[in-house]
Design a protein around this ligand. Structure first.
Ligand code: TNX
Length: 556
């Protein structure tokens, strides 16, 4: 038996394997490719402590989940699936006859490590854990010779920790016990919790429609970077994408087209509920948006009384904004909105309902105020917290509503005066539909070009002057779809920028740095390649994988 070890510290892990399966097989085991802190995690975790151990994942490894609850079963299943996709290993969950001595992954509810981290005066973590939302997503992960132990206070926290585990598994196996490859994880301990409660992306399914498979694919990608919210922009001038039983023409007529004149589409209620459930399995909450009183042409084509001008508009497939409005002085409009909000809220377990409110250029100022005030009330009556684009602060909104800052510093300042929470989506930094550079094939540039470094190098805590940390709900990166129409195009715009927004939202400010981040981003090309994510290969990043087609290389 030959035993080649490159690092003595992993002897124990290897010895363990030797005792379990081998008879006279030759072994070549490499040390972990890198220390735990070099693993390239995005978002960067709060705390990483390295130890001298290593964990070897191989075919006899298995997963132990704490109990037989649905939540644990799902977490176990998810972990199995993702480990299989990365390594080809099909691990068992709570096997009846576990392979004695084989290294295992434990997923536990109990939180002794988390608790002791707090009690032992781990200042970072205890400061974080004051906010119950953030507590719910905290987790600890310890990687030792015999086991990886993941602990969280909730299924959401465990799910975030599972993403960390996925990222820690090396890309390549070492040649292990004869034919059995080993994936060697560097040992150590991670304690982690998010900086912001709301970490989001938005997908505009109105300008171009994206079917449920396309949205689910995007959800898979968001989950990997610990994003917890997907805002769906469900309606706009060009299309109405969600079935409302009381008003069937909204989708039959209003959903029939999209930008460019192609066939549109919409989600039936079953499909929408299925999407919400799929997102929930990934601990992602969907925020539905019905944009009003502007951006409403498609609905007014279906039900012309809405616009109050006595005319039936035509379906619109261009990309202009700001030409449509609803009638703020007609009770029937509010009855309609009550039906729409009620039906969507009934399918939405999350706390928010987005009422739009942007670019209502043809709505009289007083009418705009009346409308936003009334609709905010309707949203609250439906049990949801209203969110609106930053213009809504010009109505009588108060701290019970959230302002999504996209353009106006002035509106952000008013939001702060009113004590409203602010969701940060500054177009110049966080709009996923902005081109990377002049010759980017998709995207717009009205807010400027947003290359991958610009997207990362801003400080949410100081960006909108005068919005204190306590009032920042979080960060969202919107992807408007005037110029994108399928998953490849979504991914070209979202990657590689999206992981940066995920980090700005999750990671504590002191740990964010472009140089550090850029090296970790370079490693993401393995993940992008594995899942055939059509990312933009920005020349600003020294990608770890290479491509043969020079056309796909970024020129920035
Ligand atoms: C502005 S941002 C809009 C959208 C467009 C987007 C294009 C906002 C609240 N409104 O209607 O799609 O710019 O970048």
């Amino acid at each position: 038996m030959k035993n080649i070890l490159f690092k003595p510290t992993i002897t124990a892990a290897i010895a363990l394997l030797l005792t379990c399966s081998c008879q006279d097989k030759s072994i070549v085991v490499q040390a972990p490719e890198m220390e735990l802190s070099q693993a390239g995690l995005i978002p960067r975790p709060l705390e990483i402590t390295e130890n001298e151990q290593a964990f070897a994942l191989y075919k006899d490894s298995y997963i132990l989940v704490a109990d037989s609850s649905e939540a644990m079963k799902n977490l176990g299943r998810f972990t199995v699936e993702k480990i299989f996709q990365k390594t080809g290993l099909l691990l068992k969950v709570n096997p009846k006859n576990p392979h004695k001595g084989a290294p295992k992954i434990k997923i536990l509810w109990e939180v002794p490590t988390l608790k002791s981290a707090i009690h032992e005066g781990n200042k970072n973590l205890s400061a974080y854990l004051k906010n119950p939302y953030e507590v719910s997503e905290a987790y600890t992960l310890s990687v030792g010779e015999q086991e990886v132990v993941l602990q969280g206070v909730s299924a959401a926290g465990l799910f975030r920790g599972i993403q960390t585990l996925r990222q820690l598994i090396p890309e390549k196996a070492s040649v292990g016990l004869a034919q059995d490859p080993l994936w060697v994880l560097a040992g150590g301990y991670i304690s982690d919790a998010p900086y912001y409660a709301y970490r989001g992306a938005m997908l505009d399914v109105a300008r171009h429609f994206f079917n449920t498979s396309e949205v689910k694919r995007f959800i898979d990608q968001l989950a990997y970077y610990k994003i917890n919210t997907l805002h769906l922009h469900l309606t706009d001038d060009q299309g109405w994408r969600i079935a409302i039983d009381a008003w069937p023409k909204l989708t039959a007529v209003g959903g029939s087209k999209e930008v460019g004149g192609g066939l549109g589409g919409y989600y039936s209620k079953e499909q929408y509920i299925d999407l919400v459930a799929y997102a929930a399995k990934h601990f992602i909450s969907i925020v539905p948006e019905v944009d009003m009183p502007g951006h409403t042409n498609a609905a007014s084509v279906a039900y012309p009384f809405l616009n109050g001008n006595g005319k039936t508009p035509a379906l619109y497939t261009g990309t202009e904004v700001g030409f449509s409005t609803w009638d703020a002085n007609n009770e029937k409009v509010y009855d309609f909105v009550t039906d729409v909000v009620g039906e969507i809220a009934a399918m939405s377990p999350g706390p928010y309902f987005h009422l739009g409110g942007d670019e209502s250029h043809v709505t009289e100022k007083m009418d705009y105020i009346t409308f936003i005030d009334r609709v905010s009330e309707i949203v609250k009556q439906a049990g949801k917290t209203p969110i609106g684009w930053d213009e809504i602060v010009t109505a009588h909104t108060d701290e019970t509503a959230v302002a999504q800052f996209w353009a106006s510093e002035e509106n952000a300042a008013i939001a702060v005066q009113k004590g409203m929470k602010v969701l940060l989506s500054p177009a110049k930094k966080a709009y996923l539909d902005m081109q990377y550079q002049e010759d980017s094939p998709y995207g717009l540039h009205w807010a400027g070009y947003v290359p991958v470094d610009t997207a990362y190098m801003w400080t949410p805590e100081t960006y909108a002057k005068g919005v204190p940390k306590e009032l920042i709900l979080g960060i969202e990166a919107p992807l408007w779809s005037e110029t994108v129409s399928n998953s490849d195009e979504i991914e070209f715009m979202a990657f590689p920028r999206l992981p940066g927004y995920a980090e700005l939202a999750w990671t504590t400010p002191a740990l964010r740095s472009w140089d550090h981040y850029k090296a970790r981003l370079a490693k993401q090309s393995h993940f992008f390649d594995r899942y055939q994510i059509n990312y933009y290969r920005s020349a600003k990043i020294d990608w770890e994988t290479t491509v043969s087609d020079p056309k796909t290389l970024g020129k920035d």
